[in-house]
Design a protein around this ligand. Sequence first.
Ligand code: PLP
Length: 393
Amino acid sequence: MLRTVAAFDRIGEENAFAVLARANALAAQGKDIISLGIGQPDFRTPDHIVEASIKALRDGHHGYTAANGILQLREAVAADLHKRFKVGVSPDEVMIEPGGKVTMFMAIMMFGEPGADILYPDPGFPIYRSMIEFTGARPIPVPMREENSFAFSAEETLSLITPQTRLLILNSPANPTGGVTPKSEVDKLVKGLEKFPDVCILSDEIYDQMVYDGEQHVCLLSYPEIRDRLILLNGWSKTYAMTGWRLGYAVWPGKLYDYARKLAVNSYSCVNASAQFGALAALTGPQDEAHKMIAEFDRRRKVVVDGLNKLPGVSCTTPKGAFYAFPNVKNTGWKAKPLANAILDEAGVAVIGGPDFGILGEGYIRLSYANSTENILKALERMGDFLSKRKAA
Ligand code: PLP
């Protein structure tokens, strides 16, 4: 009998990948499936990025790089953060990692252990809770409420901090809700955090360029008072349609940088060298394709929200960011997960049940509008037919 450690009985995963596998299996049987499940842009990586990466391979960049990434790329990240948010970041604080997810993995490993509390958004990205439980720390959900447009409430977040709290995870724009926390609320939160100088903050800003309706993204690096305990998570996956490249970056404060570098050396050594040159082209090259993609998401967002609000029993708050809609389905009479399953099996539309994002996700489903407007309209029509004919199971 193999004697593995108990933590592996507690680790979770992302159900979006399971739904994707089921949708693909149904499609392989010849069913016509529209995928609004997985959270990845339906666009190709812009050509100049692909070309830069191919050139790097042709130029002989075949070996390991430094564990923290190539200097040019770390400089480009620092320059990009300065250009967009007017924040001063040293390339020595930037670490290149194989995906944004790796930053949350490392950060939660650094702060989670039995006896520690970690605060995370609920509904939220499922890996936060999974990793917190893996470490043996206590997961403390911070409710993201529909009546608050799924933004963080500074007051409620601060009220959940205890002497055991080691890490607070923030995410805006948010997955799965599309919620964006306004600057006034972030200001209040940062002010309140002054009273808790031992709490580290992990700010997941992977959707930072996807904000709509004139909202401005608030980068937590712009608050000097928390810079010495702020971890920034960001990357290329969403903005440049590069989910499969596995590229992300973090800004780590103080000694955490060296801890992260050592975790890299102990596991993946460094990020794929040619991918790093692609990432460099993404930051230093033309931004118009990324901007076009985001403008297209904005157009689809309106189509999705309009359509959802016309479905029987469904109401949808307008998401201000990312590429997700998180409609309330409580008045359909269905529980969210059976509804998501039935919509896939009977209407051929892949969506994710809200409970896959946390306890407070019951009563909601998530649709990713990273699909063509034509498919989105077809999916809405199918969901409408389904809901008007089919009573709750
Ligand atoms: N953070 C959030 C909120 C996400 O939704 C995702 C991906 O879905 C990630 C991080 C991870 O991004 P990456 O693919 O770069 O690891």
